[in-house]
Design a binder for this molecule. Structure first.
Ligand SMILES: [Zn+2]
Length: 128
């Protein structure tokens, strides 16, 4: 069964809301006046170079995570109006509605997501 227009609209609202929130956060934290992505330095907060480096690294990681989530939201918004949206990219099955509502950017059904995570995020190192 294809996604109902209502569900599509609900998901679009969720995605746009989250996108607006993330853009606001990113602007707050890490976009310079020129509009380029920049990371605020913690140099004013401490004299300890190692601490500054660690704090900057944390911030860079957080910014990168936000940026990749933003990209995922944009991809989901682009897919939303296509027949591919809501279809698992691995097995072609329909992704559960509850799953889409909880996380509109998901690309896989629950079964494939589990397998994917098992293959790619095995604790203790990669296995073949
Ligand atoms: Zn699947």
């Amino acid at each position: 069964m294809p996604l109902s227009p209502d569900l599509r609209n609900t998901l679009r609202d969720k995605l746009l809301q989250r996108r607006a929130q993330m853009v606001a956060d990113l602007q707050d934290e890490s976009v310079s006046e020129e509009g380029t992505l920049a990371v605020r330095s913690h140099r004013e907060e401490t004299d300890d170079d190692a601490v500054i480096e660690a704090m900057d690294a944390v911030e860079i990681a957080a910014t990168a995570r936000d940026a990749s989530e933003l990209a995922a939201i944009d991809r989901a918004l682009q897919r939303l109006d296509t027949a591919e949206f809501g279809i698992c990219i691995d097995c072609g099955a329909e992704i559960e509605t509850a799953r889409l509502l909880a996380e509109p950017t998901v690309l896989r059904c629950a079964t494939c997501q589990q397998r994917y995570e098992h293959q790619h995020f095995t604790p203790g190192g990669a296995r073949l």
